[in-house]
Design a protein around this ligand. Structure first.
Ligand SMILES: [Zn+2]
Length: 348
C-alpha cells in the first residue's frame, strides 16, 4: 500500500507540474518526445524465420528470468503468422479443453469448439503476457503457468496463450515498455472517441510521457492489429493480462471482481483510453483480469507463482465459468466508454 500511495503521489505531482509549464517548455518537451520515439524505432533487430523455435527460444531465454531454452521449447509455441514491427513472430499456444478432446477422439475428427452436448461449452480464455516489453516477469510467469496447464485444472477450459505480445520491447537491448515504433500497445486499442481522448490523455495526464505514447491512430501497430483480429476470431469469454510492477489485481467487466490471488489483492488502477481493459472489459462486458506482479525483473517465488495460478483458476471456475453458458457475452464492443471517466492511479 505504501508503494501504491507513493506512486500515486509521484504521478499527481507530475500531472500538476505539467499543467504549469509555459508554452515554450511544452514545445521543447514535445520535440524531445519526437526525438525519443524516433530513437526507439531506429533499433532494428534482424527478423527471425517464423518456423525456428530454436532461434526464438535462444533469444527469449537470454532475456526472461527463470526461463531456460528447454522451458521455452517445451512451451510448444507456434507462429500466428503475424509479426512485430521488427519482424519477430508473434507466438501462441492453443490448449483445447479436455472434454472437447475426448469428443474429438471418439468422433475421429478434430473438434473445433463444438460444445460437449452435455452441458455448457468450455469457457474460452485468452492469457496474455508482456504487452509492455520491459515487464519481464509478466512474460516469464506465463511461460511457467503454461507448464502446469496440461493435465491440470486448467484443462476444463479452452485457452489461447500469448506470452509475448510485444517481442520488440522485450528483446530490445534495453527492454522497453513501448514497441519498436515507440507506441504503448496498451493505449492503442480502439476505445470510444480514441482520436480525441487518447492524445488528450497522453498530453494532459502523462505530460506527453514517451513511454505512454498511444500511437497516431487506434490499431496503428501490427501487434495490436493482430490481437484485435484474434479477439474477433476466438471470442474469449475471459481475458487475463499480466503486467508488473505494482503488485495488485485489477478487474474490468460485468461480474464482481476477484479480491485476492496469492498475495495480490484487488486495487483498481483506473481506466485508460486505448487500454485493453477499457476496450474489452468496460465496453465489451468481457471480464478482464489484470495481474500486476510486484517486480518487473525478479520473479515471485515458485510457491507464490503457483498460488496466484491456483487461486485464479478457482475464482474463474466459481465466478465466470459457472455463469457463462454457450457463446453468450463473447463479442467485442464496437464502442467504448468515455476515457475521461477514468481515474488514473497508477497508469499501468
Ligand atoms: Zn504494464
Amino acid at each position: 500500500m505504501r508503494s501504491l500511495k507513493a506512486a500515486f503521489a509521484r504521478r499527481t505531482d507530475r500531472a500538476g507540474a505539467s499543467r504549469a509549464v509555459p508554452l515554450l517548455r511544452t514545445a521543447i518537451l514535445t520535440l524531445g518526445v519526437v526525438v525519443a520515439v524516433h530513437a526507439v524505432s531506429s533499433e532494428i533487430i534482424p527478423p527471425l524465420p517464423a518456423d525456428n523455435p530454436a532461434a526464438w527460444c535462444q533469444r527469449v531465454s537470454e532475456r526472461l528470468p527463470g526461463i531456460s531454452k528447454t522451458d521455452c521449447r517445451a512451451s510448444a509455441l507456434v507462429p500466428t503468422g503475424a509479426r512485430s514491427h521488427n519482424g519477430f513472430p508473434i507466438l501462441i499456444r492453443r490448449f483445447v479443453a479436455a472434454s472437447e478432446k475426448k469428443i474429438a477422439s471418439n468422433a475421429g475428427v478434430v473438434a473445433v469448439n463444438p460444445g460437449s452436448g452435455m452441458g455448457a461449452t468450455p469457457l474460452r480464455i485468452l492469457l496474455l503476457g508482456g504487452i509492455h516489453g520491459d515487464e519481464l516477469t509478466a512474460s516469464a510467469i506465463v511461460f511457467q503457468w503454461m507448464q502446469s496447464m496440461p493435465g491440470g485444472a486448467a484443462e476444463k477450459f479452452h485457452w489461447e496463450v500469448v506470452p509475448m505480445l510485444n517481442p520488440d520491447g522485450l528483446l530490445a537491448s534495453q527492454p522497453s515498455r513501448v514497441n519498436a515504433k515507440g507506441v504503448d500497445l496498451n493505449r492503442n486499442f480502439p476505445t470510444l472517441n480514441w482520436d480525441i481522448e487518447a492524445p488528450r490523455y497522453w498530453a494532459r495526464q502523462t505530460g506527453s510521457d514517451p513511454r505512454r505514447y498511444p500511437g497516431k491512430s487506434p490499431l496503428s501497430e501490427p501487434e495490436t492489429r493482430w490481437l484485435n483480429d484474434e479477439l474477433l476470431r476466438f471470442r474469449p469469454q475471459l481475458i487475463i493480462s499480466v503486467h508488473a510492477p505494482f503488485g495488485v489485481l485489477d478487474f474490468d467487466g460485468p461480474t464482481a471482481p476477484p479480491q485476492r490471488f496469492g498475495r495480490l489483492s484487488l486495487n483498481p488502477v483506473g481506466v485508460y483510453p486505448g487500454s485493453l481493459g477499457n476496450y474489452y472489459g468496460a465496453l465489451g462486458k468481457v471480464p478482464v483480469i489484470t495481474i500486476e506482479l510486484p517486480n518487473a525483473r525478479v520473479m515471485p517465488t515458485d510457491a507464490e507463482t503457483r498460488k496466484i495460478w491456483t487461486d485464479m483458476l478457482a475464482w474463474i471456475d466459481r465466478n465466470v465459468a459457472a455463469r457463462t453458458t454457450g457463446d453468450q457475452d463473447a463479442k467485442p464492443a464496437p464502442k467504448s466508454l468515455s476515457a475521461s471517466a477514468g481515474t488514473a492511479l497508477l497508469n499501468r
